[in-house]
Ligand binder design. Structure first.
Ligand code: HEM
Length: 183
């Protein structure tokens, strides 16, 4: 849904994705696993969407011992919350953090991404085991949708979308999305 919102706010990116998808998969051909890697623009769009709107906005950890982070000590038996949204929008790590730019995830730009500044699926031994399944299913859903419909929204910018965190990240004022069939 957030990818739809961002594509609706950026019709140029939506059109580029549409043309990429149609040139690789046609209007009705099944989206096969062989074709999926070729639609790398969709993958970059999803990665950039998960940067701006990580579905799991906050994760928690419990310290089993004192934890020294650059001279600041978090005592043992503390619960620590990591705010993924803030990390993903931190201007120390991301240039123009609120700009939707899928090309941040082009292979040649990947080296500029500061380590651990991008953690939509967390990191380490307890990271998301559904990562690949999630990326593949989101990609298939998005690609299928975008070749059939155009998406519109009343939101003008990322800043416009006020957030609330239930268990998952939600837009406080609703999705404000409209879909129109392509002919
Ligand atoms: C966009 C989709 C998804 C996102 C952004 C996401 C994100 C995350 C994050 C951030 C964590 C770490 C939680 C923590 O460290 O406390 C996590 C854990 C987990 N995720 Fe996902 N997830 C997604 C989809 C899925 C799917 C589709 C599945 C299952 C098919 C799944 C299964 C799990 C499981 C089982 C864990 C716990 C792993 C553990 O504790 O060892 N997730 N996910």
């Amino acid at each position: 849904m957030y990818a739809c919102l961002l594509l609706a706010m950026h019709p140029d990116i939506q059109e580029k994705l549409y043309h990429d998808v149609v040139s690789i998969c046609g209007l009705d051909d099944p989206i096969t696993l062989e074709k999926l890697p070729k639609i790398d623009y969709a993958e970059r769009i999803i990665k950039e969407t998960l940067r701006l709107f990580p579905s799991a906005p906050i994760i928690g950890r419990y310290t089993q011992g004192d934890l020294d982070i650059g001279g600041r000590v978090i005592p043992k038996h503390s619960t620590v919350y990591l705010h993924i949204v803030y990390t993903h929008r931190d201007p120390r790590f991301w240039q123009e953090p609120l700009t939707f730019d899928p090309d941040r995830f082009l292979q040649e730009n990947a080296s500029k991404i500061y380590p651990f500044s991008y953690i939509p699926f967390s990191y380490g031994s307890r990271n998301c085991i559904g990562l690949r399944f999630a990326m593949t299913s989101i990609k298939i859903a998005l690609v299928n949708l975008i070749r059939k419909v155009k998406v519109f929204t009343d939101y003008k910018s990322v800043e416009d979308v006020k957030l609330k965190a239930h268990f998952l990240l939600r837009p406080r004022d609703g999705w404000k999305l409209r879909f129109e069939a392509r002919n």
